[in-house]
Design a protein around this ligand. Structure first.
Ligand code: GLU
Length: 511
């Protein structure tokens, strides 16, 4: 690649970032890193009606959580600052005017009412109205009005827009790095609005092209929904005389519903119980909330790994990739054209894979805040140890407490099934004896305790299962948890004895 690679993630702050958007950011990032290039973050906030407060912060926090680093852009700065389009307002009018002067665009003065009337008229005839070469000269535009009239209208403050003058019957030939060669006849396209005097703001198309040019973007990697805009974007590059430095384009496949048909939506997630957003979100206007992968107990590494493989395949059987491995293997050639079906179970599977490989220190960092939420103050060592003992059974971080709470809290009630089976016959007396034995054990490590207790069981002629399950009833309160000697070591001799005493004092033997 001869040109310096510069890619951008250019979200509009219209709400929480969908996981499809996160995947777009991720592919841009992987591509930039793979080619030693730069990753830009540009906030496209020129649509004031769709602006949602908090959405930009949400986007930035999401990228950070995912480990997607920004080299230039909002929150970071850089040589092309500002990177928020609303702060670049003054730039765009000049370019819109330039296009009008060169004959590539025109002023249009029609009102929304006039347009509605034309739309209704077309509908009556069973046609769909398009603002294009067929109508532009019948409407009050700089193509139909005299120069003086246009100037007068602008001078007196009439509202206007600049529209692109889409050529008639021309075939635009385009290349996409994923889809290959694409052609489109311009007669099927309309004259898109580029700039609006009402709010002195450009529309997406103008701002996007101007900024990609000024920010020296080399590759535009974005969602498939923008493919229909590509002919206009190609023509805009031509109109500005920027074809030589026009970026290359790659349109990513859609993320599809788990059932296949259609785009993955929040509704699918709500129905099937999985998030479609990276982080929890509360709408500042309606108060509506949406769940997020972070809060649902996913690790960012697993989330990213899962997303990377939705639309890209490495060409091998490998499934688990660290960010660095993704960077080393990612290429746009292996991004598919077909939509990628989202599989919620696969996301969980990835999370389990990552979780099972965590070391005690990482586990402690993850577990401590959860423990604190439950009012438990403990050392990092014990938090890490508890999580480590049970990590093989964890799928989501949120499983941790259920799986390990007994390490920190003595049972206050006893699972009926286990109690019925164990708390009867000779078992209460046997447990009382075991209590005395435990008190004599100096070295309470799980290895030593196991040797001593097993020898005692043998000597007494008890059955191992009977002793262990009764002890489990006392220490855990339920038929779950790790091996009993992991529990005895963790909670220590005094706590073992206390829990045995509790059981004896509080639960009447069954029968
Ligand atoms: N602001 C556009 C969006 O939301 C950017 C599309 C593009 O990357 O060109 O998604």
């Amino acid at each position: 690649m001869s040109r310096e690679v510069r890619v951008r993630f250019a979200p509009s702050p219209t709400g929480p970032l969908h996981i499809g958007g996160v995947r777009t950011a991720l592919y841009n990032y992987l591509f930039a890193r793979r080619h030693g290039g730069k990753m830009l973050l540009r906030i496209e906030d020129t649509d004031s009606q769709r602006f949602v407060p908090g959405a930009e912060e949400y986007i930035i926090e999401s990228l950070k959580w995912c480990g997607i680093e920004i080299d230039e852009g909002v929150g970071v700065g850089g040589p092309h600052a500002p990177y928020r389009q609303s702060e670049r307002k003054e730039i765009y009018l000049k370019y819109a005017t330039q296009l009008v002067e060169a004959g590539w665009a025109y002023y249009a003065f029609d009102t929304p009412e006039e347009l509605d009337a034309l739309r209704a008229e077309a509908e009556q005839k069973g046609e769909t109205f398009a603002y294009n070469f067929k109508v532009r000269e019948q409407l009050p535009t700089s193509l139909s009005l005299s120069k003086e009239e246009v100037e007068a209208r602008i001078a007196r403050g009439d509202q206007w827009v600049v529209r692109f003058k889409m050529p008639e019957n021309e075939v635009v030939k385009m290349d996409d790095l994923i889809r290959g060669h694409v052609e489109m006849n311009t007669s099927t396209l309309d004259d898109k609005v580029l700039y609006k005097s009402a709010d002195a703001l450009p529309t997406y198309h103008l701002a996007n092209i101007v900024d990609d040019h000024l920010m020296e973007v080399s590759h535009v990697i974005r969602g498939e929904e923008w493919l229909p805009s590509l002919p206009l974007h190609y023509l805009l590059y031509r109109a500005f005389g920027w074809e030589d430095t026009r970026p290359e384009f790659a349109h990513l496949p859609l993320l599809l519903k788990p059932t296949g048909g259609g785009k993955l939506s929040k509704r699918d997630g709500d129905k099937m119980g999985f998030p479609v957003f990276p982080l929890f979100w509360t709408s500042p206007t309606t108060g509506e909330t949406a769940r997020g992968y972070r809060e649902d107990g996913y690790l960012p590494e697993a989330f990213i790994n899962m997303l990377a493989l939705l639309g890209w395949n490495p060409g091998t059987e490998q499934e688990v990739f660290s960010m660095q491995e993704l960077i080393d293997t990612f290429s746009l050639d292996r991004v598919s054209k077909a939509g990628a079906r989202f599989q919620p179970d696969k996301a969980k599977w990835f999370n389990g894979q990552y979780f099972h490989n965590l070391g005690r220190e990482q586990l402690a960092t993850i577990y401590q805040p959860i423990l604190r939420e439950h009012g438990i103050e403990t050392s990092d060592e014990l938090a890490g140890k508890a999580a480590d003992i049970m990590k093989e059974r964890v799928t989501l971080t949120t499983d941790l407490w259920d799986l390990t709470s007994f390490f920190f809290v003595a049972p206050t009630e006893y699972e009926e099934k286990l109690a019925k089976k164990q708390w009867k016959g000779d078992n209460p007396a046997m447990l009382a004896e075991l209590r005395e034995l435990l008190l004599t054990i100096e070295d309470f490590s799980k290895e030593n305790t196991e040797v001593v207790v097993r020898a005692w069981i043998e000597q007494k002629g008890f059955s191992l299962g009977q002793v262990m399950n009764t002890l489990r009833l006392a220490l855990v309160g339920a038929g779950k948890g790790p091996g009993m000697f992991d529990v005895t070591e963790f909670i220590g001799r005094e706590e073992c004895v206390r829990r045995i005493d509790n059981l004896i004092a509080n639960l009447k033997p069954m029968e």
